[in-house]
Design a protein around this ligand. Sequence first.
Ligand SMILES: [Fe+2]
Length: 256
Amino acid sequence: MVDIHSHILWELDDGSKNIFSSVDMAKQAVAEGITSVIATPHHRHPSYTNEKKNVLIRVKDLQSELKRQNIPLNIYAGQEIRLFGEMLDAFNHSEELLTLNNSEYILVEFPPSNIPKYTEQLFYDLLVKGYTPIIAHPERNAAIAENTDKLYRLIKNGALSQVTAASVAGKFGRKTQKLSLNLLEHHLAHFVASDAHNMTNRSFVWKQGMDKLKKELGSDMVTLVNTQAEDVLQGRSFKKLAPERFQQRKKLFGLV
Ligand SMILES: [Fe+2]
């Protein structure tokens, strides 16, 4: 199985603190059934900048350490790129950005509470140029949680999205869990990934997430999300299922 979102590289962001912890995370990934991890350190984040060349060096270093220790996990390069208006220019004119394993897919992160106004236009421009944005953990964005139609519009226009395994497993609360499952069920999310940062409070939670997914939405959904993650890794395009809008329970007198 392929994990398309992780902070397994050390000393680059709020993920792994050192090489030992990265190796421990790799061992845990293998124990949970993961065969390939795309390392996606934060980039263009208010606190973290990790340009392409630095990510590539770290990926190479971690891969050779895993090889030395006979840990059967493949590491590939990517970034979790905080949305910024000049993203397409940066792809075209600089060596700053990475897609996921050199594919057409880009992992993009929204600010936690809103969707920038220029998003629709930027996604359109990226798609026209052959890039497919994958929205990281939409279930944790306040504007989307409030109104999933905002995500629906972006997905309908060609974007994809990835929910976090720990969200599906319930580690961020019942509301986030329910929203994650709803997004997957209505084809508004296409991947489940770990977004693992460490071995403690933000670990892979992969098996638990997959077990919950199977229990709630069936084994075909587990197969679908994992096949699509493999497609991303291999740089293949896939035919996505038509997204559906769904009714959310509205707040009544300020109570949920
Ligand atoms: Fe992340």
